[in-house]
Design a protein around this ligand. Structure first.
Ligand SMILES: NC(=O)C1=CN([C@@H]2O[C@H](COP(=O)(O)OP(=O)(O)OC[C@H]3O[C@@H](n4cnc5c(N)ncnc54)[C@H](OP(=O)(O)O)[C@@H]3O)[C@@H](O)[C@H]2O)C=CC1
Ligand SMILES: N[C@@H](CC(=O)OP(=O)(O)O)C(=O)O
Length: 333
């Protein structure tokens, strides 16, 4: 399998290299792709140096699979060209997520929907992925009516420039600002652009992507907040069900779910934190407790490495699922 990573020098692209190495996908040729500025530089993968190429050159190399994480505009222009070449594109940007003819996939939830006809597959927003990994098993058990979510999103979600901004602030250096305010020693109730309805795009992704992936009948309302944490998104989720639930049963279901790492013991101060989630593929869940103000309602705290399950890991798992379903046929390349 000839695999291209578009945006290989970025935060997500670099994590993709690590995840691909760990999951040992059957890659016969790696095509690292970035902007013309990076073309010709080398990256290390599988103990070998690989030369970074630009998009035009990558397209001519006819990859079988391409993982895109270079922003929505690049995806809109180039993903269809790669797909027209017979390449399976897994796109990390928001460009195609809400297109009716494109699937939005979290393999553990709706990976079985993938078919031979899917050439551009959208990877959901990072905050949506970790929330739905936590909620999907509960929806099956008790039918979710409404979700109130507040996110605490790390700066790596904004990309390399945001990490630089915080570093500069900590060192007292004046540099490029990607946020409208300082992020160090601060909290911004602002992730992505504001919309006419007063919500941000990030907040509406949590609403709309939940409807597309899980169920359009679930009421979702969100507040997305940027915090001065380098990596790892956290979420406080309040979820109401049609039926009453059994907390012990939920704990057991989470404990037995390989996509989830349950960390829930107040007696030992055991709860999920970005510190524990770093470099891990699972979604960490804890602080499970009944909402005493409302019937059939549960509170929880959910943390994940946003560059992993929210982006790189989920993309690679989509490729794995397509191999498993023989949509990508190994050995025929
Ligand atoms: N699923 C999700 O929720 C997430 C999705 N993303 C998506 O991934 C994208 C990248 O995020 P991130 O890695 O954090 O961003 P970075 O800013 O760290 O990296 C951007 C990458 O895009 C490459 N790039 C920029 N312009 C071009 C071009 N013209 N041709 C080819 N490559 C180009 C850059 O290459 P160079 O180094 O040469 O400039 C770099 O490799 C985001 O814009 C978003 O769309 C990101 C995080 C989470
Ligand atoms: N918006 C996410 C990262 C991202 O790039 O999301 P999207 O792919 O939905 O634009 C964050 O800020 O943490």
């Amino acid at each position: 399998m000839k695999l291209a990573i578009v945006g290989v020098t970025g935060m997500v692209g670099q994590e993709m290299l690590k995840v691909l190495a760990e999951m040992s996908l059957p890659i016969t040729e790696l095509i690292p792709v970035a902007s013309k500025n990076s073309a010709g530089t080398k990256i290390l993968f599988g103990g070998q140096e690989h030369t970074v190429v630009d998009l035009e050159e990558a397209l001519n190399m006819k990859p079988d699979v391409a993982l895109f994480s270079a922003g929505g505009d690049i995806s809109l222009e180039w993903a269809p060209k790669f797909a027209a070449n017979g390449c399976r594109v897994i796109d990390n940007s928001s460009a195609f997520r809400m297109d009716d003819d494109k699937k939005l996939i979290i393999p553990e939830i709706n990976g079985d929907d993938l078919t031979e006809n899917d050439f551009i597959i959208a990877n959901p927003n990072c905050s949506t992925v970790q929330m739905l990994i936590a909620l999907a098993p509960l929806h099956k058990l008790y039918t979710i009516k409404r979700v109130v979510v507040s996110t605490y999103q790390s700066i790596s979600g904004t990309g390399a420039k945001a990490v630089k901004q915080m570093e500069n602030e900590r060192l007292g250096i004046k540099g490029e600002m990607v946020y409208p305010y300082a992020i160090d020693q601060n909290v911004l109730p602002h992730c992505d652009d504001f919309l006419e309805n007063g919500y941000t795009k990030e907040e509406m992704k949590l609403v709309n992507e939940t409807h597309k992936i899980l169920d359009p009948n679930i009421g979702v309302t969100a507040t997305a907040v940027r915090v001065p944490v380098q990596g790892g998104h956290s979420e406080a989720i309040n979820v109401s069900f049609e039926r009453d639930f059994d907390l012990a049963f939920i704990r057991k279901a989470y404990h037995n779910n390989p996509a989830i790492h349950l960390q829930d013991n107040p007696e030992t101060n055991t709860y999920p934190m970005p510190l524990f989630a770093k470099g891990r593929n699972e979604v960490f869940i804890g602080r499970l407790r009944r909402d005493e103000s409302q019937e059939n309602t549960l509170n929880m705290w959910v943390v994940a490495d946003n560059l992993r399950k929210g982006a790189a890991t989920n993309s690679v798992q989509i490729v794995q699922k397509m191999i498993e379903k023989k949509i990508i046929k190994i050995g025929t390349f």
